[in-house]
Design a protein around this ligand. Structure first.
Ligand code: HMG
Ligand code: MG
Length: 302
């Protein structure tokens, strides 16, 4: 398999990146971040989630954020929907894609969405059916595909099992997520290969948190298998509230820099992306959590 010549990136910063922020981020700031990301050339943006505001207070403004976005033609806006209640609220905001999110480990499923893997699939099934009937695309996030904060190492057969369940209810494409960033290249390849038992390569996306600094190496390992869809978080924002200590996804700036250097097309303007990251980092009062962004900003400063 040769390395893909083009990569499609979903920026998950507004959702995965901000969901765990303790300081409330106003809806206008989230909207302004989405606008900056689309101006930088991102064609897919994971905007928010329709989950319980008691569980994830930062996403309580989901309706306002979706309503505030001036949509750009050719950009796909996705939102997380864990159950029918979330879907029914989400659908009114006209998402292009909804995301159901399950886990390859039982313990994380219970901590994150308060039910077993089997129960989660029962909850997702009517959501997927309703979305497809309404012409909305459906993605499935698969958490803990290499490691779980509660169970430790996760076997590839658990990933294959979840991928098979997702396929069975009609989920169109899936994310192989390393929720806590413990994956290393061969382990990530095994998780992707397990997913490929049920999904074609075009329907698989890599979602790598960078907690242990492995996300770019894992991306390269996934590229070697032919994966060409990846998720990243501008400025390296984020973490999951139910995976203690886990940090954000690979920074979109770092991913784009690597891909550009490899001659792989992304359609993203790195300078504008760095501006988007600087905007949200300034708001949060910290430096971007991206080596590339910091290097570019230092170079600009002279
Ligand atoms: P539950 O408590 O089991 O749900 O929560 P329930 O059906 O028993 O309802 C209990 C209460 O929640 C009720 O309210 C419902 O109305 C409300 P009350 O009567 O007590 O006032 N409720 C909702 N409210 C708003 N939106 C909804 C909704 N559903 C029920 N959709 C639930 C189940 C899934 C809702 C809950 O566990 C939850 O919200 N969990 C948060 C999950 C989450 O957002 N996690 C982070 C995102 S996943 C992630 O980051 C991983 C990923 O990035 C990939 C990776 O890196 O691994 C995707
Ligand atoms: Mg995540």
């Amino acid at each position: 398999m040769s390395i893909p010549s083009r990569v499609q990136i979903i920026d998950v910063g507004p959702r995965d990146g901000l969901q765990n922020e303790k300081t409330p981020v106003p809806a206008e700031v989230k909207v302004a971040l989405v606008h900056r990301l689309q101006d930088a050339g991102l064609q897919e943006i994971e905007v928010t989630s329709f989950v319980s505001p008691k569980w994830v207070p930062q996403m309580a403004d989901n309706v306002d954020v979706m309503a505030g976005i001036e949509r750009k033609a050719g950009v796909r806006y996705s939102v997380l929907t864990p159950n029918l209640q979330g879907y029914e609220a989400a659908v009114k905001t006209r998402p292009d894609e909804i995301v159901v999110f399950g886990s390859a480990s039982e313990a994380f499923s219970r901590k994150n969405i308060n039910c077993s893997i089997a129960e989660s699939i029962e909850r997702f099934a009517p959501v997927v059916e309703a979305a497809l009937a309404a012409g909305i695309r459906v993605r499935g996030a698969m958490s803990c595909t290499v490691g779980c904060p509660y169970e430790g190492e996760v076997a590839p057969r658990q990933v294959a099992y979840l991928a098979g369940l997702m396929k069975g209810i009609g989920v169109q494409r899936v994310d192989v997520a390393d929720t806590i960033g413990v994956g290393t290249p061969y382990k990530v390849q095994r998780a992707i290969e397990a997913t490929l038992q049920h999904y074609g390569i075009d329907a698989v996306s890599g979602h790598f948190h960078d907690t242990y600094g492995q996300a770019l190496s894992n991306t390269l390992a996934a590229l070697e298998l032919g994966v060409w869809n990846f998720q990243a978080s501008v400025s390296g924002l984020g973490g999951c509230p139910y995976a203690k200590g886990a940090t954000g996804n690979v920074a979109t700036e770092d991913l784009v820099f690597m891909l550009q250097g490899m001659g792989i097309e992304t359609g993203i303007d790195l300078d504008k992306l760095v501006d988007a990251g600087a905007y949200i980092s300034d708001f949060l009062g910290r430096k971007p959590n991206s080596r590339v962004a910091v290097a570019v900003l230092n170079k600009r400063a002279g």
